[in-house]
Design a protein around this ligand. Structure first.
Ligand code: ADP
Length: 292
């Protein structure tokens, strides 16, 4: 059964530096890396690599970066029929500096991603998909319209964090925040324990279920019952994109008819494997990498 991802696509430019530049300072870094990114594209790639049919709905600019974005999605088998090219507009980019200690700075220019609107959504596509998966790196009116038109299970990864209208949350079947996003939605400090996260997720009104990702502590399913799914122990080398791998895998399992608990167990396994490879999209595992 098919998955539709409505969201962002970027090219990330990553400069490794010894130390982060202070305001007004120039530092010389090492060779830069150029990597496809954007939460929407990352999650579409994650679900497609696991074998689900995935259609991506989003916007690229009319510049040379669009080819990099398209190429990465096509290589993973994502259907780009509904990827729109916006004239006279740059593609989305993220400028990232990463210091040797792992600290980073990130400046995002959404570019074409900010031009996604309700008019670019196809009602037939959204009503027929088994699962809609969305995030918050595209305008909220586009996300709201997509959720409204969805005929299947609605998954929302509320990243980057912001408060959300009650009407939108009421249409969400599964909300997938990490700890800090959960804090923002509950208008409370970030939960520090699993029990605190469970209580905070329960306090949210609207979504039928909340699945909280807890980094190296795994994930928490908060529905009629509360279940903690511990992380799979791995030698993590890069947790960038672990949350995106998790969301894509949850969509993959739910589209195949799994229960929410079984889907969360699958997502925890997929996300763990994703942390053993570098890069957000390049580190997304294929189905056989997880099942073997
Ligand atoms: P985000 O990247 O959005 O902040 P998390 O850090 O919560 O999300 O990670 C998402 C999921 O990835 C977690 O729920 C967990 O299953 C998995 N994960 C993250 N870090 C690790 C780790 N060090 N070891 C094993 N699994 C991990």
């Amino acid at each position: 059964m098919s998955i539709v991802v409505v969201g962002s696509c970027n090219v990330d430019f990553i400069v490794p530096v010894a130390g982060l530049p202070a305001p007004g300072e120039t530092v010389l870094g090492r060779d830069h890396l150029r990597a496809p990114g954007g939460k929407g594209a990352n999650q579409a790639v994650a679900a497609a690599r696991l074998g689900s049919p995935v259609t991506f709905v989003g916007c690229v600019g009319d510049d040379e970066l669009a080819a990099t974005i398209r190429g990465a999605l096509v290589e993973s088998g994502v259907d780009l029929t509904w990827l729109h090219e916006v004239p006279d507009t740059p593609s989305g980019i993220a400028l990232i500096t990463v210091a040797d200690g792992g600290e980073n700075t990130i400046a995002v220019s959404p570019g074409a991603n900010a031009r996604l609107g309700p008019a670019q959504l196809d009602a037939g596509l959204l009503s027929s998909a088994a699962v809609l998966l969305a995030q918050l790196e595209v305008p909220l009116d586009a996300v709201s319209a997509a959720v409204e038109a969805a005929g299947g299970t609605v998954l929302l990864n509320p990243a980057p964090a912001r408060s959300l209208p009650a009407e939108l949350l009421a249409r969400v079947d599964v909300l997938i925040p990490n700890r800090s996003e959960l804090g923002v939605l509950a208008d409370a400090p970030e939960p520090t324990t699993i029990d605190e996260a469970a209580a905070m997720a329960k306090s949210l009104t609207g979504p039928s279920a909340v699945v909280v990702t807890l980094g190296a502590d795994g994930a928490l399913v908060v529905a009629d019952e509360v279940e903690h799914v511990p992380a799979v122990p791995v030698d993590a080398v890069d947790a960038t994109g672990a949350g995106d791998a998790f969301c894509g895998a949850l969509a993959d399992a739910l589209a195949r008819g799994s229960s929410l608990l079984a889907a969360t167990r699958w997502a925890v396994r997929v996300a763990a494997v994703s942390t053993t490879q570098r890069g957000a999209q390049t580190g997304m595992p294929r189905r056989e990498d997880v099942t073997s």
